[in-house]
Design a protein around this ligand. Structure first.
Ligand SMILES: [Zn+2]
Length: 276
């Protein structure tokens, strides 16, 4: 493909596994009050994430967990367990904000989330994934000020690129686009009620095409109950998928921050894109 920025010569397919915590913040942020509704997200903290950690450690692959600040406040031990197991913790909004916000409302939430994640892990946060794709140039500017090196929110490409969001010298951030439909869990489990075995086949066919075209693969799953991947059968197919990926030559697993650093160290492999 003519527009392809090549990672060839380095590896054939970079793989980034991402787990979006999506705990009770998902309902609280939308004003859904009943305690029972919050239990869907609590499943992430109590079952889904511990199950994912155990499986990912068994498979010895890196992963990034994107955590809303509110969920970190409610479930600090789960966030500490992610970090203690050696996985990256990234930011994912405060109350999983999927609605428009003026900068004066958004900026303190970005800072508050960053602060609680840093406190719990003792490390700087390096990346952010927007809840439901919502972001602005202000979002990117604040993240840069906080020292973030990448954003993993956009849906417009299947390779990394430098995203220029303003005219200033520093108005750019590394973008690791994520495909939230075919390489995700929620469309299959929420809308089409696809059996786990068929989801595995969908993911495998996506991977085959990506591998053939030497693109990159960003898988996004949510360990909550309902439409998430934290239940035993759904975690099992995630493990089968990881085992399938490992069987292919030239596949290299990264956490999002590891891959972002690789991109920053290899600028000639990365395109720059200006947001209109
Ligand atoms: Zn989310």
């Amino acid at each position: 493909m003519a527009d392809k920025t090549s990672l060839a010569g380095h590896f054939r397919c970079a793989v980034m596994l991402g787990v979006d915590f999506d705990g009770p913040s998902h309902e609280v942020g939308r004003g859904i009050a009943p305690q029972g509704a919050h239990s869907w997200g609590r499943y992430s903290a109590r079952c889904g994430i511990p199950r994912h950690i155990e499986m990912l450690q068994r498979q010895e692959v890196p992963c990034t967990f994107f955590v809303p600040g509110y969920d970190a406040m409610c479930h600090p031990d789960t966030v500490k367990a992610i970090h203690a197991a050696g996985f990256e913790v990234g930011a994912h909004g405060w109350l999983h904000e999927a609605w428009d916000m003026p900068p004066e409302e958004e900026t303190p939430l970005l800072r508050r989330t960053d602060e609680i994640l840093r406190q719990l892990t003792g490390k700087p946060v390096l990346g952010w994934r927007s809840p439901s794709g919502r972001k602005t140039a202000n979002t990117m500017r604040v993240l840069k000020e906080l020292g973030y090196i990448y954003d993993s929110s956009d849906k417009d490409y299947d390779l990394p690129y430098r995203l220029r969001f303003g005219a200033g010298r520093d108005d750019w951030i590394l973008e690791l686009p994520n495909n939230t439909y075919s390489l995700d869990d929620f469309p299959f489990f929420k809308f089409s009620y696809t059996p786990p075995s068929e989801v595995l086949e969908q993911w495998k066919s996506e991977f085959k095409a990506i591998y053939d075209e030497e693109r990159f693969l960003v898988l996004c799953v949510h360990p909550r109950s309902g439409w998430g991947s934290g239940t035993p059968a759904r975690t099992w197919i995630l493990e089968q998928f990881i085992m399938h990926l490992k069987q292919h030559d030239g596949v290299r697993f990264f956490s999002s921050a590891q891959f972002a650093r690789w991109c920053l160290d290899n600028p000639s492999a990365i395109e720059e894109v200006q947001v209109p």
